[in-house]
Write a new protein. Structure first.
Length: 182
């Protein structure tokens, strides 16, 4: 059997946080011993909430890693590794936006691997329609503003570099393309 160009030899846990585990992998990379960082994430779900008049509900929130506020689609981490992603999307829609819909009405859009070079996070994205007002249920350390946006305006912000969140960019563009929204 032919040897693969890259083979993991060992994986060592270096740090475990609330949602992440950070490892050091020892690999045989084309005959050379190398050490690569690897971050495990249990997964997440996101949702593209569509209002009756076709606008998208977006959330504006502070992101510590960037030290600024960002405009994003609602999303969140799974409560546990085996949680169905559609359940997570259903929960995050209401928690972050204050709107809800029947879980059966969530439609799968795409799956995104956020940072393939060093992290295995995968986010399933769903489209939510027939939204009903409810109430936000934010974590005590969260402050989220909910805003309605036209798809064309979001696309312009993406192309101007004003929206830089990968899941939001992929999801807005996939939604616009799949449903022919201009």
């Amino acid at each position: 059997m032919e040897q693969q160009p890259v083979k993991r030899l060992e994986r060592t846990l270096k740090y475990q946080g609330t949602i992440l585990k950070i490892y050091e992998d020892t690999v045989d990379a084309c005959g050379h011993l190398a050490h690569w960082d690897f971050i495990h994430h249990n997964g997440a779900a996101a949702v593209v909430p569509v209002t009756k008049d076709g606008k998208l509900l977006m959330v504006r929130q502070y992101r510590n890693a960037l030290d600024r506020y960002t405009l994003e689609i609602p999303a969140g981490a799974l409560d546990h590794p085996d949680e169905p992603k559609i359940d997570c999307a259903h929960r995050e829609l209401e928690e972050e936006t204050g709107y809800k819909t029947d879980k059966e009405k969530l439609e799968y859009l795409i799956t995104i691997n956020t940072t393939v070079a060093f992290c295995d996070e995968a986010i399933d994205v769903f489209v939510a329609r027939e939204l009903e007002p409810s109430r936000q249920n934010l974590d005590e350390d969260e402050y989220i503003e909910v805003e309605e946006w036209e798809v064309k305006d979001l696309e312009e912000m993406i192309y101007r570099g004003e929206i830089t969140d990968g899941k939001t960019i992929a999801s807005v563009l996939a939604y616009a393309r799949k449903y022919g929204v201009k």
